[in-house]
Design a protein around this ligand. Sequence first.
Ligand code: PBG
Length: 351
Amino acid sequence: MTGRFPQVRPRRLRATPAMRRLVAETRLHPAELVLPMFIREGATDAVDISSMPGVQQHSLDSFRRALVEAAGQGIGGVNLFGVPTTKDATGSGATDPDGILNVAIRVAKEEVGDDLVVQSDLCLDEFTDHGHCGVLATDGSVDNDATLLRYRDMAVAQAEAGAELVCLSGMMDGQIAAARDALDVAGHTGTALLAYAAKYASAFYGPFREAVSSSLVGDRRTYQIDAANGRQGLREVALDVDEGADVVMVKPAMSYLDVLAETAATSPVPVWAYQISGEYAMITAAAQNGWIDRDAAAMESLVGIKRAGADAILTYFAVDIARELNQEAGLRTSGTTAAVAGIASTGKAPE
Ligand code: PBG
């Protein structure tokens, strides 16, 4: 700065909405948003999830309607979780072709399979009576390698139901290699794998436990990463890439944006982030109290996640935000003076 006043004035690029729009480095698009959905076995109507206002456990009918709505807004995919009526020690419902998650995959493929990517959660926690992501050894610990055998069968069951992207969220060592091998042996070489690679043990999963009617007592700290550790997250990502992950994910998003940014800087495969239940619940609850603007806060949180490096984002706001983005785009293309002027001056329609 020379003299009494600044010569460099960053405010110039913030002066008008048009200028701010032009210089924006980060844009959201509906196609990069994925909606997580819960399908409850035996439900005749959708059931509200009290800790996630606006999110429901779907009946098969309400699920179909929600899928059509999601496809109509042009989001990229749906990520399915099953809520079974019965659970047991090994989570048999997960590998039963008539288990709720496998049924939901088939329904989604049939209803919107041409428009959306159908993703399935591959983890045992929704299906086990103890609520852990794997099967237990006799001493009560989660048995890594016995769990891999269950995951192999689950991967094949989901691929057979039609899942295009099988998403492993259980944080067992070697789970990506195990699922890849099982799929390839069964001839499902075209089924892609998403690794919840850097998945942290988080207090923000709270509302999800209600969403899937979880039976968990205790915590998942022997398999999910401790919040204190960035290096472990990066190592998990590297291992999953080596094992054949087609996409890697960092989860949760908000408290782990540094891990996301570092992963995005080096990963050879797409990097996604999961804005989880607690992140959704906090924004929604504050908005319900009149303390923040829901849509603006949701948009800002997602722009932040994308700016940090996410190529796509799993978020419970997916359809709402897509609708907002589409409305904004619609306002610009429908009969605006700019569009008309474009035709008049160039003789052809603007792109
Ligand atoms: C476990 C799983 C969890 C979530 C997705 N998959 C919960 C957990 O690890 O305890 C959390 C998603 C969310 O909170 O939105 N299969």
